[in-house]
Design a protein around this ligand. Structure first.
Ligand SMILES: Cc1cc2nc3c(=O)[nH]c(=O)nc-3n(C[C@H](O)[C@H](O)[C@H](O)COP(=O)(O)O)c2cc1C
Length: 160
């Protein structure tokens, strides 16, 4: 049977909340993309050019290490991948995640939370991390309107 997975990174808890509701709405398994080295408050200070997040987001080669792996990725056909928008795109740990598995022929649906920005060029940037046969759907920013009901109708509208 084809299964769904919701995999998310959340530095301060907002995306985690949405991911949990989405996993229920999609009857999906849930996987947290946990950094091997957690982000501290100072790491997340976007006004400081020496902060970890600032440095990582300015280095296209940055691939922060992930603490654990999805055991059975081949079981999933659709993988929802969620993250906070950082500097108008996905944090580079999402690149690490996408480059860690073979997603050939699978569908990846992006979702995010943000301070107001949309997904920007995230889909385009992340397509480079996966095979050409992987379909990336540049889903949605789900700020403050993530009820299970609304997410169910969103998933239905995706036709996946
Ligand atoms: C380093 C950094 C960069 C950010 N860049 C943006 C941005 O470009 N646009 C935006 O709307 N919000 C931005 N934000 C705000 C986060 O996207 C927002 O607070 C998000 O909901 C946090 O999710 P989390 O609690 O799951 O980590 C940024 C936050 C951080 C820490």
């Amino acid at each position: 049977m084809s299964k769904n997975l919701v995999a998310y990174f959340s530095a301060s808890g907002t995306t985690k909340e949405v991911a949990e509701v989405l996993a229920n709405a999609a009857s999906a398994d849930l996987f947290e993309i946990k950094p091997a080295k957690p982000y501290t408050r100072e790491d997340l200070n976007w006004t400081n050019k020496n902060s970890r997040s600032y440095i990582e987001m300015n280095n296209p080669k940055s691939r922060p290490e992930i603490a654990s792996k999805v055991e059975n990725i081949e079981d999933y056909n659709t993988i929802f991948v969620g993250f906070p928008v950082w500097w108008y795109v996905a944090p580079t740990i999402i690149n690490t995640f996408l480059e860690s598995y073979d997603f050939s022929g699978k569908t990846i649906v992006l979702f995010a939370t943000s301070g107001g920005s949309g997904l920007g060029r995230s889909g385009e940037v992340l397509q480079k991390c996966v095979d050409k046969s992987t379909k990336i759907v540049s889903g949605k920013v789900l700020n403050g309107r993530a009820t299970e009901k609304s997410l169910k109708s969103w998933i239905d509208s995706l036709n996946i």
